[in-house]
Design a protein around this ligand. Sequence first.
Ligand code: NAP
Length: 249
Amino acid sequence: MAHILILGGTTEASALANVLAERGIPATLSYAGRVASPKPQPVPVRIGGFGGIEGLERYIGAHGITHLVDATHPFAATMSGHALAAAQATYTPLLTLTRRPWAPESGDRWQTVPDIAAAVARLAGPPRRVMLALGRMHVEDFAAQPQHRYLLRFVDAPAQRPALPDHHLVVDRGPFTVDGDTQLLRDHGVELVVCKNAGGTGAQAKLVAARRLGLPVLMIDRPPPTGARLVHGVGEVLEWLRHPADLGV
Ligand code: NAP
């Protein structure tokens, strides 16, 4: 009997959980537990880290997991590395489900940097009004460039005040619209948007808004893929599930 473990925290993982539930294919969705109240799911949910690679191996064995789908966010590199190692150690077929990265379009003013550290370094210079569209993570790294006025947007209110001396925090989980984000950028006089190349539609509004306003974007590239087989659509996952001999790693 198949039992698919979906490593989630993304819209792709939720979409896959829906499709598997509709088809009556047993699946469990795993969340890291970063969001206070994740949205309800049509399959059983588990929350919290597994305890590293070995913990994930134990979970796979104890719960009879037959297939692993890594549908984590493209920047969740540690979890993806663990998934690959645990899949290899337990001979569990593994597939990565991820959205395509964004690509610049006509009118975009992007500068691309390889990682967060490079983005922080690129912010050296006179004070500017910067939207840090990175969620809650990595915000503290930008304390190294305290001269800027930062606009932050988090899904949940943080337990502690972010360590940026001059910032304005918006708590909102979206969905975000181009008109709404254009207004937000205007209201705060934003001069530069910093974001990760997450891809997908959910977080794209700010990029279209930046294009509309002619604002530059500092785009942080994705970490390198793990080497596991990678698909972009739920349909491709279903296709892969029909060919269990293909281990995908
Ligand atoms: P990460 O750095 O790759 O993972 C750190 C640790 O968190 C992992 O070693 C694992 O703990 C635990 N973990 C991560 N994803 C998990 C999952 N789906 N189920 C159970 N444990 C998980 O991950 P991250 O960048 O902190 O992201 C955490 C979660 O938020 C991910 O599920 C990701 O899909 C989602 N997310 C991330 C971003 C982002 O920009 N990074 C954006 C949106 C959503 P153990 O080693 O103990 O197993």
